[in-house]
Every structure is written in C-alpha cells, then in structure tokens.
Ligand binder design. Structure first.
Ligand code: DOR
Ligand code: ZN
Length: 428
C-alpha cells in the first residue's frame, strides 16, 4: 500500500508542546508527522491552509457515547463522527452506559467498537460496580483490558471510604480517579443554579456549595492517600481556589471545565424560556462563576476544556424542565464557542487553548497525541478562525441535538480533522 503524503501549506502552526506558533508548512507521511518547515512536497496531496490554524489533534477527556444500551441517543460510531466534525482526534467515553463499563468484558466491547470508529476512543471504567457507590470494580483487570481511568461520573462517590480505597488502588496502575463532585444532599432535587433566577422562575436550585463542599472532601482524601484525582466539569467560582490551594500543598489534582460553563450563565434558562436543553449537571451558574472559570483557565489552574458531550433523544428532553434529563451535546460546538467567546474576545490565547484541548489531556491520561513533533502520530486539526457558521441540528453528526446553542452564529470552525495521517473530516 502506498503511504499517504500530505502537505498542509501556509497555516499558523500552534504547538505549545514544542513552543511553536508560526506560519509554516506541515508534512505528513503515512501515519506520522514528517516535519515542520523545510522544502519538499513533490507528490504530496497539498492542502492550502492559508489563514487557518493547525494544532495537534484535539482531545476530549469527557464524553458520553451511550453505547451499550442507549443507541437511540448515540453510538460509538456516531459519537466519533461528531468528534471528528468538531476537530477531536481522540475522545474518552464515560462508563454510565447500560450495562455500565464496570468490568473487563464491557471495556473490550467498547474497544472493539472503537476500532471501527472515526477517531480514537478510550473508555473510562466505573469506580464502583454498577455505579452504585458500594463496591470497587476489579481495577487491575479493567486496566489490563485498556481503560484509561476510573469514574462514576453522573454521580459523586458518596462514601469517603470508597473514594479513599479507589485513590489508593489506582496508584498501582498510574491512572487518575475522575470525580463528579456533588453533595447529593445539598443538590437534592434541584434542576438549575440556585440564585435569583431560579427563584424568579420557580425552579428548585442546585447551590454552588453542592460542588465545592464535595470538592473540598475529595481533595482532602486525595491528599491523605497521595492518589491522583481528576475533577470533572468545574462550575463554581470557589472550585479553582480550592484546587489551587490543594496543589500548593502538593495534592496531585487536575481538572476540567466545559465550553458551556465558560460561555453561559443561568440567564440562559430564562432567555430560552425553560428550554430543557439548558438543563445540565452541574448547572451553568452566575456571571461571577463564569468569569472565575475563564480566569482559572488562563492562569493554568484549570488544565482541560472537556465537552461533557451528553446526548439525549427528543422524547426524553421534550419534557417539562423538572423531568427532563441533565445534559447537552458538545462535541460539534466546542471549537466554535471557544473561538467566538474566548479567542476572538482576547480572553484566551491560541497557545492556552491548545494546551487545554490537546497537550494537557494527553499528558494527564497518558494518551498518544498532544504534539506535532516529527515522528509522532499525525493527529492534526485544522481550524478556520474566521469561518462564520450557524449551529443547526440538521448538520450535527451526533444522533442527538440537545444543544442550547442551536441557531447561534459562531465564528471559528474545524475545517479538517486528520487521524493518524488519514483525513476523517473535511469542510474546506
Ligand atoms: O449533565 C450531565 N449529563 N451531567 C452528568 O454528570 C451526566 C450527564 C449524562 O450522562 O447525561
Ligand atoms: Zn459527564
């Protein structure tokens, strides 16, 4: 078989793993990056990328692909199609499927489906059997079968003892414990952020202390055990302060924020008139929280931007606000939102974006990627920062379209996604 040869010409190459941010040519040969700059390119497929940005393939450490068991909302194949359309070459999928990814067999099932997917898909396995919070899964076997971390995401680990044991055992395998930090008693049956707007709308609120109180506990247990903790989807202004503080004490903690928590506030529930596509857990909070999260990202307190892509079918979401499930799709809008709301508004640099969406995810979860170094796998994303487009449900590759961003105009779009040297998405 002849090796594919691609020359991406004239784009701004942004690769913080090598301190590169300049206009140059990128050469791909077969599955690998050949070189940046220099001459050559005879018999290469030339992609004229003038005006575009080229980054190491984006990596999303938090998606829900619903397979097995929820194939009407998403499958590994459809979720991976949405991923490459969004510029992601690698994604991690959460274990709250049916059955859950809580044993080696289900990990193998997911990896088998992943081998036929549009991008690389790595499963996260459950911390506890059936995600019931009672008994640890067979962590050793699960890691051997190919999971990259453990999480009961969707639910907190309520028992401090279980979390302690998980943080102790997982050290043997060098993977983090990933927590959805929420005190269920404080969150009770809330459906949106607790504040003036929840009062005005007559909806039960989820206070920010439901996140921060549990986060403080998780950090203390991580400190005590010396284990590695990765905290999902921060939503509250006080959370990065707790993380920063814990890091200063030497706690091994990393964390993520979603595009929706970086760009929306609780106002959206009112603005979209109780549209259940705005219902997400943790909820989008106040402007103060949103600004604090943006600043924490800029200041390297938050490591990753992760989508928490959470597809739900219309028959589920078209319910009254109180009864609709939590979650919104995010793979196909992440780049557009980050460019429109952060990069173009000069709140985030391109380098910081690429760190949060590629370099750091690869480092934290020990995944291939996160770099354009010669000899590394050619996972590459090309973004046109000036492409204007409108978010439309009919254009989603995802099987679901539960997004609060429908009909929104965005500036900045993925125009090509290359996975191990082969073009998996193109909209040039
Ligand atoms: O909004 C959410 N949806 N938050 C979660 O933690 C779980 C997720 C889901 O699985 O739908
Ligand atoms: Zn999640």
């Amino acid at each position: 078989m002849t090796q594919s040869k691609i020359l991406i010409k004239g784009a701004r190459i942004v690769d913080p793993s090598q301190g590169i941010n300049r206009i140059d040519n990128l050469f791909i040969k077969g599955k690998k990056i050949e070189k940046i700059g220099g001459s050559g390119g005879k018999d290469y497929e030339v992609i004229d990328a003038g005006g575009c940005i080229v980054t190491p393939g984006l990596i999303d450490v938090h998606t829900h692909l619903r397979e097995p068991g929820g194939e009407d909302s998403e499958t590994i194949l459809s979720g991976s199609a949405a991923a490459v359309a969004g510029g992601f070459t690698t994604i991690m999928c959460m274990p709250n499927t049916n059955p859950p990814i809580d044993n080696a067999e289900v990990v193998k099932f997911v990896l088998d489906k992943a081998s036929k997917a549009h991008c690389k898909v790595y499963p996260v396995a459950a911390i506890t059997k059936k995600i019931e919070g009672k008994e640890l899964t067979e962590m050793g076997e699960i890691i051997k079968s190919g999971a990259v971390g453990f999480s009961d995401d969707g639910k907190p680990v309520v028992s401090g003892e279980i979390l302690r044991n998980a943080l102790e055992y997982s050290q043997m395998f060098g993977v983090p414990i990933i927590t959805h930090t929420e005190d269920p008693a404080l969150a009770h049956d809330g459906v949106m952020h607790e504040g003036d707007i929840s009062t005005e709308l007559g909806l039960v609120g989820i206070p920010d202390i439901s996140e921060t109180a549990m986060l403080a506990r998780d950090l203390i247990i991580a400190e005590y055990t010396g284990g590695r903790l990765h905290v999902c989807h921060l939503s509250a202004a006080y959370s990065p302060i707790l993380i920063k503080n814990a890091r200063m004490r030497g706690v091994q903690v990393t964390c993520e924020v979603t595009p929706h928590h970086l760009t929306l506030t609780d106002e959206i529930v009112k603005e979209l008139d109780y549209d259940s596509n705005t219902k997400v857990n943790p909820p989008v909070r106040s402007a103060k929280d949103r600004i604090a999260l943006q600043k924490a990202l800029v200041n390297d307190i938050i490591d990753c931007i992760a989508t928490d892509h959470a597809p739900h079918p219309p028959q589920e979401k078209d319910k009254e606000y109180n009864y609709a499930p939590f979650g919104m799709v995010g793979l196909e809008t992440a780049v557009g939102l980050v460019f429109s709301e952060l990069i173009h508004k000069k709140k985030l640099t391109l380098d910081a974006m690429v760190k949060a969406m590629s370099v750091n995810p690869a480092r934290i979860f020990n995944l291939p990627g996160g770099t354009l170094k010669p000899g590394s796998l050619a996972d590459v994303t090309i973004i046109d920062p000036n492409r204007e487009w409108v978010v439309e449900a009919r254009n989603f590759r995802s099987k679901s379209s539960n997004s609060p961003f429908l009909r929104r105009s965005l500036k900045g779009k993925t125009v090509m996604t290359i996975v191990e040297g082969s073009i998996k998405y193109s909209d040039t």
